[in-house]
Design a protein around this ligand. Sequence first.
Ligand code: BG6
Ligand code: MG
Length: 214
Amino acid sequence: MKAVIFDLDGVLCTTDKYHYYAWKNIADGLGIYFDEEINNRLRGVSRMESLNIILECGKLEVSEEEKLELAKRKNKIYRRLLENLTPRDISEGAVETIDKLRAAGLKLAVGSSSKNTPFILERLGLANYFDAISDGNNISRSKPYPEVFLKAAQMLGLESGECLVVEDALSGVVAAHEAGMLCACVGDAAKAGAGDYNMRSISELLDIVLKRGE
Ligand code: BG6
Ligand code: MG
């Protein structure tokens, strides 16, 4: 194992709750029922695909123009919530784990579907922590397609088999596997037992990576 590729929302930071608030606001406005379970289906998938899932739940058909408007409104709410983001919103144990992985000689990357990745990393004070950042701005298909992780490996100059992905989304686990990478999970995906490794906390990553190197 030569690199670890971290998902952002729900792995490195707790922004997943802000996605939830923002989508809940949009769904309420449309009179569509929305809860945590539906929200879990939005993890890892792009903004427009998330909207499509919500509209499908409400059996609501709207024009492409309205969709763009709704997605724009959701992002405006989300960005307002992100204004309050500080390094305190970094997931517990993440910085220590990243530092130890780096000290052990591993390369580190971000692999996220979010177009807000640069802004979030900046707010968290993590903008200069990674060797590569692959995000929603440089891909044409979001998770469960493997593109975001394949691009991250390419940026690092590594083969898929040399990279371990860390994910909280079922769509992210599929993307990692499609990319030919092993996946360590936290949160929702770990609860479902979807990963090759299912962790209670990101700190367990150290054991996983260092043991695989033995
Ligand atoms: C992923 C989130 O990281 O980014 C998804 O898990 C979200 O819920 C996707 O839809 C796109 O995010 P953004 O910030 O570009 O709207
Ligand atoms: Mg995530």
